[in-house]
Design a protein around this ligand. Structure first.
Ligand code: DC
Length: 242
């Protein structure tokens, strides 16, 4: 296994299936700690978007390598919101759709894509610390993490959350179809050979089904404190790591 770089920089991992509130919780926890945040799903979504625009199929290894070389994925914080910029174009809304999630899940099962994005994710480990959310943060990317959290929720609650989120963003969604698509994507993410979504044996599992975001953040902060005895000292430059 490749050793992590930046071993002296603390990292907290937050893994789990879609619709568990990982992104929101990771951003809030990072804000409380004054640490950077890495949304690894956004990297997979942006990469899949770039590959599809270029017409690169998941089994086209050379195409995938070239696609990585040509695609500059940048996260920018604009008016307090994280925007995903791909080769200068704001693709946030396009990649955040359910279609974007489905495509990400397909390319994420390709070993070449995972190894290309691995270095990128590990490079995000910068002082004073990193909160990383995704599927394999605690099991593969930061297997030496200081605290590992696994967020879960019932499939029904997760579908309802995604439905609300997508509606708010103006997407035209159907709850029953969404529930089916989420179940399919979870199954794909959990059963692939390469870095499947699994609960790390040293992770804290938090069921968010009947909890507010505030309650989840408190519980997660409690887990982190018990693992790290970290004092949440604000850094001078918290932010998004690209
Ligand atoms: O977290 P998300 O829904 O934005 O992620 C989109 C897809 O990307 C997800 O279905 C699987 C893939 N992914 C992954 O395989 N590994 C990660 N660390 C993060 C996301």
């Amino acid at each position: 296994m490749i050793k992590n770089s930046g071993l002296n920089v603390p990292v907290v991992t937050i893994d789990g299936p879609s619709g568990t509130g990982k992104g929101t919780v990771a951003a809030r926890v990072a804000g409380r700690l004054g640490w950077h945040v890495l949304d690894s799903g956004a990297l997979y979504r942006a990469f899949a978007y770039a590959a599809r625009i270029k017409g690169v199929n998941p089994d086209d290894l050379q195409g995938i390598v070239d696609c990585d070389a040509d695609s500059a994925i940048i996260f920018e914080s604009i008016a307090g919101e994280v925007r995903i910029i791909l080769a200068g174009e704001d693709v946030t809304d396009a990649v955040r759709s359910e279609e974007g999630g489905r495509a990400a899940s397909v390319y994420a099962a390709v070993p070449a894509v995972r190894s290309i994005l691995l270095a990128r994710q590990r490079a995000a480990r910068k002082p004073p610390g990193l909160v990383a959310d995704g599927r394999d943060m605690g099991t593969v990317v930061f297997s030496d993490a200081d605290a590992k959290i696994f967020l879960d929720a019932s499939p029904k609650v997760r579908a309802e959350r995604r439905y609300k989120q997508l509606k708010e963003k103006g997407f035209d969604v159907n709850l029953a179809r969404l529930e089916k698509e989420i179940a399919e994507r979870d199954h794909k993410d959990a059963t692939r050979t390469e870095s499947p979504l699994i609960l790390a044996e040293d992770a804290f599992r938090v069921d968010t089904s009947h909890k507010s975001i505030d309650e989840v953040v408190e519980q997660v902060m409690g887990c982190i404190r018990s693992c790290l005895r970290v004092r949440p000292v604000k850094s001078t430059k918290p932010g998004i790591v690209t």
